[in-house]
Design a protein around this ligand. Structure first.
Ligand code: PA5
Length: 447
């Protein structure tokens, strides 16, 4: 297998041939709109060609900066929220070793995130850590005006300038933002920070293959060329045809829309590798923000098994039948670990002696799939040959392309996020931002 495959064999009892062929026609049209750039939100399609259009000079600059950062810093603080941090966090966690840091590190800076929440506790703890460590910072915001990263950057900028002095601090700050607009761009120009541009036509949640994702991923020591190449390989497949037999993105998008129309309102993305937790979080943003509008869209949820079989397993097996599952099923890990034998056999598990842990995990995956299908939960399997830079790049592009097709098939603009503004307006009014005086009075009365 050279690329990700979508196994729909366990949808047989939920979707009939007629539904598939009717949906094929709809996805054909969505594919046509996407490829011809004639659909909704077509001014935000820059992500489609990123894997083939990223310039070698940009990739080389990112690698050179990553190397520079590696020499100056033990920690790399990535400030951003939503699409400005989830992609890099997903890739770094997927590819990293969970315990490397406790062992003394990988030889690359440890990546920490900030400004993805407003917690005083979190940021106070981070600043305490920064007192003790050498660090550099990436501040990432496409709009350059998002409150959470802007506040975190105020805190960290003050800290870094006090720690290193203004001149040295400037060399340790990298701003990733719009080419010309926004407060961050202005500040970066005034202060002379190194800057990277987020292209105008790439929205936050589709930006992992721009410097937004690539700089932190490179600093963490991963091969960004292979990541981009993996995305390119999936793009080659995705662009050619919308035929469900040839294009896994089209097949996944079609299946989701059929299931939604049959009352499956919640999709649970499942991984049997805990390192994929943030791939799930990234996917939740991608699909939730792209499709959840005009009172429509599948609610994206996520679990990691087998852990969550001991918490959410009961509901999935037996709760309201509004769910379907999409399982990221990965090939064998490279490390080999077998279940040891035990002469006492008190736990009765000697029948597993000598078996690889990954084989035990696989049987858990297959057993769970059959149990959930029998319980009325349709199952889609995304079969990924391995967790590597190449295949994670592949998976990213798969989900992005499928999301666009799925959103068009649903009939929404998958590239805007008007609903995100409402909480911001209320927050600003409650914080007493100038210009919000009337709303401030009205909202405070309601509390
Ligand atoms: O997908 C999106 O566009 C949003 O979720 C943004 O990523 C998020 O709001 C952060 O925005 P910005 O990068 O402008 O600070």
């Amino acid at each position: 297998m050279t690329h990700l495959e979508v196994d729909i064999s366990k949808l047989e009892s939920f979707i009939d041939d007629q539904a598939w062929s009717a949906m094929q026609a709809e996805v054909d049209e969505s594919h046509r709109q996407l490829v011809s750039r004639s659909g909704k939100g077509n001014d935000f399609l820059g992500w489609v060609d990123l894997p083939v259009q990223l310039e070698a000079s940009l990739l080389a600059r990112i690698q050179a900066d990553a190397e520079k950062i590696r020499h100056m810093a033990e920690l790399f603080v990535v400030i951003g929220i939503g699409g400005s941090y989830l992609g890099s966090k997903a890739v770094i966690e997927a590819l990293g070793n969970e315990f490397e840091d406790l062992e003394g590190g990988s030889g690359h800076p440890y990546i920490v995130f900030a400004g993805e929440n407003l917690s005083e506790r979190y940021h106070a703890h981070l600043l305490e850590l920064l007192d003790k460590k050498e660090y550099a910072v990436a501040v990432i915001s496409k709009s350059g005006t998002t409150t959470e990263p802007a506040i975190a950057f105020r805190l960290i900028r003050k800290h870094i300038e006090e720690k290193y002095g203004k001149e040295e601090a400037r060399k340790r700050i990298f701003a990733i933002t719009d080419a010309s607009r926004g407060a961050l761009k202005k500040l970066a120009d005034v202060e002379g920070y190194a800057t990277y541009v987020i292209p105008d036509d790439v929205g936050g949640r589709y930006s992992v293959l721009t410097p937004v994702g690539l700089l932190p991923i490179a600093v963490a020591g991963f091969d960004i060329l292979s990541l981009v190449d993996g995305a390119k390989k999936m793009r080659d497949v995705a662009m050619k045809s919308a035929d469900f037999k040839l294009n896994p993105c089209a097949l996944y998008a079609g299946a989701r829309n059929i299931l939604l129309r049959s009352g499956k309102f919640v999709e649970i993305l499942v991984a049997f590798e805990p390192s994929l937790l943030y791939v799930i979080e990234w996917w939740k943003q991608l699909y939730g923000e792209s499709e959840g509008k005009e009172h429509q869209g599948i609610f994206p949820a996520g679990v990691t098994f087998t852990s969550d079989l001991h918490s959410m397993g009961q509901y999935i097996q037996d709760g309201m039948r509004i769910l379907f599952e999409t399982v990221i099923s990965v090939g064998e890990p490279s490390s080999l670990l077998v279940v040891p034998g035990d002469p006492e056999n008190l736990d009765g598990l000697n029948f597993l002696s000598g078996m690889r842990l990954s084989d035990v995990n696989r049987q858990a995956e297959l057993g769970t799939m059959l149990a959930h299908v029998d319980g009325g939960v349709p199952n889609i399997r995304l079969v990924l040959p391995a967790v590597s830079e190449h295949y994670i790049g592949h998976l990213i592009y798969f989900f992005e392309f499928a999301c666009a097709l799925s959103g068009y098939t649903l009939g929404v603009n998958p590239f805007d996020q008007p609903g995100v503004e409402d909480y911001k307006k209320n927050m600003f009014a409650l914080l007493g931002k100038p210009g919000f005086e009337k709303e401030t009075v009205n909202l405070r009365k309601r509390l």
